[in-house]
Write a protein that binds this ligand. Structure first.
Ligand code: SF4
Ligand code: SF4
Length: 191
């Protein structure tokens, strides 16, 4: 993306003219996202009211920490969550009668008890100025599946309802073949 396009995108996100911000696109590397998402005070607020999503590589690392098999970790500590027709897992949350549950790995004194192996989503969840784009980046890379017509249709619903997007996440970018995209959106292709 050229500088002036970058600037326009930055301003569309509400940043003042002249503010130089890093561009986040669907293809931004995990390393860069980790760098931009690092600004977290570890206040634990998000852990008290939810838990982060595990990407496939997170599961064996966390299972190893507890000397569990992947299956045992999933059965005893995780719960499935489906978004955009893709299912990932997240740590079970404990509600204790409240509306939102607390992550089972959160300790009020110690904070995250699996900090060394915590899920990618927890590592990049940030309350800084990149938080919203990083969240879109995560969903585009781990939930939205360009090879799954239903996932694309659900992403369209999200976009149509005013959902935030980043470069690389338009329907045309996800499914460049116009005819294929038309068939997906008109339900001529179901699977
Ligand atoms: S992401 Fe935000 S709410 Fe969560 S621990 Fe970090 S600063 Fe607190
Ligand atoms: S795994 Fe750790 S960082 Fe992630 S939600 Fe649970 S307590 Fe918070």
């Amino acid at each position: 993306m050229k500088d002036n396009e970058n600037q326009r995108f930055s301003e569309s996100l509400g940043n003042p003219k002249g503010f130089q911000r890093e561009l986040i696109t669907k293809s931004t590397s995990v390393d860069k996202i980790l760098r931009l998402g690092v600004d977290c005070s570890r206040c634990g607020h998000c852990c008290r009211y939810g838990s982060g999503f595990l990407v496939p590589e997170d599961i064996p690392r966390i299972a190893k920490k507890f000397k569990l098999t992947k299956e045992e970790l999933i059965k005893n500590c995780l719960e499935p969550v489906a978004k955009f027709n893709t299912t990932l897992h997240r740590p079970v949350t404990v509600k204790n009668g409240k509306k939102y549950g607390t992550c089972i790995f959160f300790n009020t004194q110690l904070g995250c008890t699996i900090h060394d192996v915590k899920p990618l989503h927890c590592k990049i969840s940030s309350c800084n100025e990149y938080g919203e784009e990083i969240s879109v980046w995560f969903h585009l890379n781990y939930f939205v599946n360009p090879n799954d017509p239903q996932s694309i249709r659900e992403w369209k619903l999200y976009l149509d309802s005013g959902g935030k997007n980043i470069p690389g996440g338009t329907l045309q970018e996800l499914v460049p073949n116009k005819e294929k995209l038309r068939k997906i959106l008109s339900y001529e292709v179901l699977k």
